[in-house]
Write a protein that binds this ligand. Structure first.
Ligand SMILES: [Zn+2]
Length: 690
């Protein structure tokens, strides 16, 4: 057993507070993860439940869609049973992400049954691990002589990286280190195989992830080799553009995932060295994981150049390549980014995993250098892009998250460019990366609330409160923070911050969301006195809390319903508006509206008057979709042409809108809650009279 980690008990992550979640919204979701999502996913991975699997939206269906077989693959690798490997080369990761989610859930709740399952899974994984630490059931069963031989497509480091992440979560959450010992042996195995020295492999995995996993392992073990290896694996990427081709040639056998060599090198972020990359190109999830690793390694090594690369790629995504919901990935081809401002709404990809990866990236950027805009993106993903990936019953999932959907287009005899866009969440996928990824994000929302800045001697200088998620938190120095709210439905947030006399005074920083900074900014009062709530350049309002003091802060953010427009560089949204309230993007479903939805037009010119005269109704409906805010407003509908009308005709001189439009109403629900009432059209962007 490698006991290196025992020698480094003091770690950077030990300053994370203990957070007890109190948010009604998120407690409900974590309850769902504990009671429904994790047991359901375990049953699927054990092949105990028959599920109807959707096609892999990326088009790789040759790996089978009959069953998951994840646990069976590992039992075969462990020699406990005989049989063939089934599923994708990275099938093991479904279980690893499930373990990670379970570890987070066990922080908040006693879950003896869950703990037994996690224990049994880790025992199985330890049995399947080779004596030198290597573990990848696909390679062990199907190609044991071809370890690390086709890194473009083998996903070996990606797969082991996911276990390392799960093990770190187990270590931090439950305090037991059985999993961490397996992870350390894995990392040591990778460290022996990869590195700048002669005789080692001078390349990296086609799917980034190991870099962020090793940075996390370094944080809990303090083992320098792991962060050095993480930095090496970042830097070696793209140094030798022919690396993967040469490996394939040397291997000479059939590919693990046929067709992957057809993608351009940018798909694997291997077209140029990372320090020279200017754009977030290629497979969106890979970019998100790579950038998370990049930001972590920059922080942990003090590498300023890497930090600049992380900021550059962040800007590229946030300013030019992200949907209003936080989804990323504009095309199904390669599940990829395309070019700046190319954000089609109905043929897009917006993979759930890509949103999860953007939440990771944002948190890593926040840790690198706190700024409110990182909290803005975490919030955007939590309440929109990522959350939409799971149904309200916790047993159905989206891989692709469109901003406009039509069952007719998605049907098998519809439009092939839109077959990947489901209008109803699937039970499971042959490539099931998304379900457990969403689970681990929701299960760990409390990790996204606070970031601390420490003095050189380890005292807490600043506590950044990035998310309005009600909780009570205790920090190492005895500092306690209690946050109360009914967010996201209500914008009134209260904090009580207590600093013991023995601790130094603390700067408490509250993020003022970007959506609450225009016109009426937020209102903040400290012990009853209103203070200037204009956020600093970092996007936070700072309040000093003295030693021995308890301070009460009230904060009211702008929850008015807003019409949003896109940059005019986004051709797909030109002349259109979307509706937001607080952080939540709203959409219309056919279930609540007269169709077709594209006929609806929102009058921007009348918007101020509609608000003034209370024509825009907003109310919380506790019986709808597990409780959601519903927005209803007057609008107009174009007249639907008769099927007898000519398909094309000269524009009529009669421009009287009375004959072309009829008064109507538009009812909107939160985007994350769509497709929970059967199949129907959905739309986020609407025509306006602009
Ligand atoms: Zn996915």
């Amino acid at each position: 057993m490698n006991t290196t980690f025992m020698k480094h008990a003091t770690t950077p992550s030990s300053h994370q507070p203990t957070v007890r979640l109190k948010s009604t919204f998120w407690k409900h979701y974590q309850e769902l993860i504990a009671q429904e999502v994790l047991p359901y996913q375990w049953a699927v991975m054990s092949d105990e439940t028959g599920v109807s699997m959707a096609d892999d939206p990326g088009g790789n269906n040759e790996f089978g869609r009959e069953k998951s077989h994840v646990l069976a693959n590992l039992r075969i690798a462990a020699g406990l049973e005989t049989g063939e490997h089934y599923g994708f080369p990275f099938q093991d990761t479904d279980l690893y992400k499930w373990i990670e989610a379970a570890a987070y859930i066990m922080r908040q709740r006693e879950e003896p049954q869950l703990r037994r399952l996690v224990d049994s899974a880790i025992d199985l994984i330890a049995k399947a691990q080779c004596s030198d630490g290597y573990l990848d059931s696909f390679i062990q069963i199907t190609a044991p002589t071809r370890r690390f031989a086709r890194l473009r497509e083998s996903h070996e480091l990606y797969t082991m990286g996911h276990f390392i992440e799960a093990a770190v979560a187990c270590h931090e959450s439950t305090g037991y280190d059985k999993a961490l010992n397996v992870a350390i042996r894995m990392a040591d195995c990778i460290d022996r195989a990869f590195g700048p020295e002669d005789g080692k492999i001078h390349g990296s995995d086609g799917h980034p992830e190991i870099e962020l996993a090793l940075s996390r392992l370094y944080e809990v073990t303090g083992e320098q080799r792991y962060i050095d290896l993480a930095r090496y694996l970042l830097d070696v990427r793209g140094q030798d553009p022919d690396f993967y081709d040469r490996q394939d040639k040397a291997d000479g056998s059939k590919p693990f995932i046929p067709g992957m060599s057809q993608f351009p090198k940018s798909y694997y972020q291997a077209a140029e060295p990372i320090r020279e990359q200017k754009h977030a190109d290629g497979h969106a999830v890979r970019v998100g994981y790579l950038c998370t690793g990049l930001a972590n390694v920059a922080r942990l090594t003090g590498d300023a150049e890497l930090a600049d690369v992380a900021r550059r790629l962040w800007d590229d995504i946030i300013r030019k390549r992200m949907y209003i919901t936080g989804n990323v990935g504009s095309t199904r081809v390669g599940e990829s980014f395309t070019y700046d401002y190319d954000l089609p709404n109905e043929t897009m990809y917006g993979e759930s995993c890509a949103s999860v990866s953007m939440a990771f990236f944002a948190r890593s950027m926040m840790n690198l250098q706190p700024a409110g805009l990182y909290g803005d993106i975490v919030e955007k993903e939590l309440f929109n892009g990522a959350l939409a990936g799971m149904s309200l019953d916790g047993k159905h999932f989206f891989y692709v998250n469109p901003l406009e959907a039509d069952p007719q287009a998605s049907a098998i005899d519809g439009n092939p460019d839109r077959h990947h866009v489901l209008c109803q969440r699937a039970d499971w996928f042959g490539c099931a990366c998304c379900p457990s990824n969403i689970a681990r994000l929701i299960a760990s929302v409390e990790d996204y609330i606070y970031t601390t800045k420490l003095s050189h001697n380890g005292d807490i200088l600043t506590i950044y409160s990035s998310q309005f998620i009600a909780n009570s938190a205790s920090f190492e120095d005895g500092i306690a923070v209690d946050q109360r709210s009914d967010f996201p439905w209500n914008g009134h947030i209260e904090y009580s911050i207590s600093v013991p006399a023995a601790a130094t005074s603390v700067d408490f920083a509250i993020r003022i969301p970007q959506w609450s900074q225009s016109e009426a900014s937020a209102v903040v009062s400290v012990d009853g006195s209103v203070i200037d709530a204009t956020p600093g350049i970092d996007g936070f309002v700072h309040v000093s809390v003295a030693s021995g003091a308890t301070v009460h802060i009230e904060c009211d953010v702008d929850m008015r319903v807003k019409l949003m427009e896109a940059s005019t560089r986004v051709r797909h949204d030109i002349g259109k508006v979307a509706v937001m309230r607080g952080p939540i993007v709203f959409c219309a479903e056919e279930a609540d509206n007269q169709g077709p939805l594209w006929l609806h037009r929102i009058s921007v010119d009348s918007w101020a008057k509609m608000l003034e005269t209370n024509k825009v109704d907003e109310h919380y409906d506790e019986d709808l979709l597990d409780g959601v805010e519903v927005i209803s407003m007057p609008d107009q509908m174009r007249t639907l042409s008769s099927t007898e009308d000519d398909l094309y005709q000269p524009v009529s001189n009669d421009t009287d809108s009375e004959t072309s439009f009829a008064d109507s109403r538009l009812t909107l629900i939160p985007y994350y809650s769509w497709a929970n009432r059967g199949r129907g059209r959905m739309q986020v962007w609407f025509d306006s009279n602009r």
